[in-house]
Design a protein around this ligand. Structure first.
Ligand code: G1P
Length: 295
């Protein structure tokens, strides 16, 4: 019997310099797409996949993320007193004890951030979410990205990475996989991994898109991981060293991905989700038409 995926690590210690000055006093993960902060979308995706414990790897100035998932007594008391519904806060409620934070004191890369969570992860397979990557499942489809990955994990076990195709000239911004045997349309064996390769050296145009299911052994591999691309300790490099010793598969996500680490991607996510919201779609569509006609 495979161990279930109960824990997820969210590396949220990054400084968010690409969104300054917006992120000077608030974490980038708290920037809203319509009326929910970015972190909420990742947490919702985790819960849909059956994940119980959320492990945030945070740093200085990031407490708003933890506050977001706490009970706001004064707010709830005042709202109830005014006869207001509290269900808008439902998504922010966490079972007591199911949110854990660890600190990454120095920004030394994604691999280092994940390693900071080793004591909480313990000896279980676990998920990783990079909240900048917003993954939206198809309506009536196979669920969110992590749900699709957990379904695949239940079939093949081991380690899984979500991947998507990008134009070849964009691969240098990402971790790239070398695909092996194709198991099904959505599932492929991974035989190699390289972080931020030169376009000419990239083994494919399938990039790692910010969702992982990893075996706990990755923590021991990260322990002695040397610095890689950008002078940082890279998760991709540690995973690459595990290939061969452990099964590794890539899952092609059936759904849409928004790169909320970039400003244009953030705007795209906002517009796209607004056009699907029954409470605002008509109004937003009319605004967009007018703006396009005027531009
Ligand atoms: C990280 C990972 C990279 C992955 C990317 C997805 O890179 O290291 O492998 O493709 O996230 O967004 P970063 O964006 O932190 O440079």
């Amino acid at each position: 019997m495979r161990k279930p995926i109960r824990k997820a690590v969210f590396p949220v210690a990054g400084l968010g310099t690409r969104f300054l000055p917006a992120t000077k006093a608030i974490p980038k993960e708290m920037l809203p797409v319509i009326d929910r902060p970015l972190i909420q979308y990742a947490v919702d995706e985790a819960r849909e996949a059956g994940i119980e414990q959320l492990i945030f790897v945070t740093g200085r100035g990031k407490t708003a993320i933890v506050e977001h998932f706490d009970t706001a007594y004064e707010l709830e008391h005042t709202m109830s007193g005014r006869g207001k519904q509290l269900d808008v806060l439902d998504a922010t409620r966490i079972q007591p004890g199911n949110l854990v934070t660890v600190r990454q004191q120095v920004p030394m890369g994604l691999g280092h951030a994940i390693w900071c969570a080793r004591a909480v992860v313990g000896d279980e397979p676990f998920a990783i979410f990079l909240p900048d990557e917003m993954m939206v499942g198809e309506p009536g489809g196979k669920g969110g990205c992590m749900k699709q990955m957990v379904d695949a994990y239940n079939e093949v076990g081991g380690n899984l990475i979500s991947v998507l195709e990008v134009p070849q000239d964009e691969v240098s911004s990402y971790g790239v996989i070398a695909p092996g045997v194709k198991i099904s349309d959505a599932l492929t064996e991974v035989v190699g991994l390289v972080e931020k390769p030169k376009v000419a050296d990239a083994p494919s145009n399938l990039i790692i898109s910010g969702r992982y299911i990893l075996q706990p052994e990755v923590m021991r591999t990260l322990e002695n991981q040397e610095k890689g691309a950008g002078g940082e300790i890279q998760l991709t490099d540690a995973m690459a060293r595990m290939i061969g010793g452990q099964p590794f598969h890539a899952v092609k996500f059936a759904g849409r991905r928004f790169d909320c680490g970039s400003k244009a991607g953030f705007v795209e996510a906002t517009l796209s989700l607004a056009l699907e919201r029954p409470d605002m779609a008509d109004e937003v569509r009319a605004i967009m038409r007018r703006l396009l006609a005027e531009s």
